[in-house]
Design a protein around this ligand. Structure first.
Ligand SMILES: NC(=O)c1ccc[n+]([C@@H]2O[C@H](COP(=O)([O-])OP(=O)(O)OC[C@H]3O[C@@H](n4cnc5c(N)ncnc54)[C@H](OP(=O)(O)O)[C@@H]3O)[C@@H](O)[C@H]2O)c1
Length: 281
């Protein structure tokens, strides 16, 4: 079955597919390369239309794998990549995009993010983002791993209001984003992109999650991903390489979680205590 993508709307009218595939840990082992390319292609076949990558992943090799997977299919994908904070000076950011475009073998990246807060003034990075956007090399831009105070700083910076996405750690076991950040993002029309929605697999044996999955006739992974996508301004980006894992994550689309499901999950994976800081993987 092929999914029909729901879109998340962010600042400036940006439309982002609500479910995508991550690529962290891809490109780290040459003999997994073909499987990783095939995984992303299968993802496109079953309807994933967003791929998240970064110059950091596999030191550029993950981007090359994405480039191979989307060859001849660029139009089917909303492409996200990220600049390393250590490269996020004005010139370094521009060079990073040029490198990423070569790796990805395409002429534009749809959404480009600062991977986490870095040593350079945000204004420099955003200035480079604006220039790259004017040149058509990137579409929209955003940040990653910024907590509420960091987002306040972003918006207080010249060109900071161009930030339309914050990609953060968010899953059943890591709910810090719910403390203040989620409301801040909703109020300011910034989409949240939930990374590690499966908590890298650690939550999938949980009995409550599996009971809910059984009730819906899906896997625990599908329920975990569906849970991260339960609000209209959240994009979820699980990473899956195994074909059955990819199909399981795609099934998240069709799950309508009930109040009873959500209450049961809240009891097992409680919401954050006030003041909980955002964690980072
Ligand atoms: N901005 C940031 O700082 C940041 C940080 C971390 C991650 N990310 C992004 O978010 C993406 C996702 O996060 P993540 O890779 O950390 O972790 P994740 O998506 O929470 O979990 C990935 C792991 O779960 C397994 N898996 C996937 N589907 C499954 C299923 N249906 N049943 C059982 N296991 C399943 C995968 O195995 P297989 O691969 O073997 O199928 C993989 O080992 C990353 O790939 C990256 O693109 C961004």
């Amino acid at each position: 079955m092929i999914m029909t993508q729901r879109m998340v709307r962010a600042r400036g009218g940006t439309l982002i597919p609500a479910l995508g595939l991550g690529t962290w840990r891809m490109g780290e082992c040459e003999n997994r390369r073909q499987d990783e390319i095939a995984a992303l292609q299968l993802g496109l076949d079953v309807g994933f239309s967003l791929i998240d990558t970064a110059e950091m992943y596999g030191s550029g090799v993950a981007e090359q794998i994405v480039g191979e997977a989307i060859r001849g299919r660029r139009d089917e994908v909303f492409l996200v990549s990220k600049v390393l904070p250590s490269n996020s000076s004005r010139k370094g950011t521009i060079n990073a995009v040029e490198r990423s475009l070569k790796h990805l073998n395409c002429d534009h990246i749809d959404l480009y993010l600062l991977h986490w807060p870095g040593p350079y003034p945000l204004e420099e990075t955003f200035e480079a983002f604006e220039r790259l956007s004017d040149e058509g090399k990137i579409g929209r831009y955003g940040v990653s791993n910024f907590d509420t105070d960091g987002m306040e700083e972003v918006f207080a910076t010249r060109r900071g209001e161009g930030v339309c996405v914050n990609q953060v750690l968010y899953n059943l076991a890591q709910r810090a984003a719910e403390d203040e950040l989620m409301a801040w993002c909703e109020m300011n029309d910034v989409a949240l992109m939930a990374y590690s929605p499966l908590d890298q697999g650690s939550i999938l044996e949980d009995s409550v999650l599996n009971e809910i999955a059984n009730r819906h006739g899906v896997t625990a992974a599908a329920v975990a991903v569906a849970w991260t996508m339960r609000f209209p301004n959240i994009v979820s980006i699980p990473k899956a390489t195994a074909p059955n894992h990819i199909r399981a994550c795609a099934a998240a689309y069709d799950i309508a979680l009930t109040e009873e499901d959500l209450d049961a999950m809240d009891r097992t994976f409680p919401p954050p205590m006030p003041g909980t800081r955002l964690s980072v993987y």
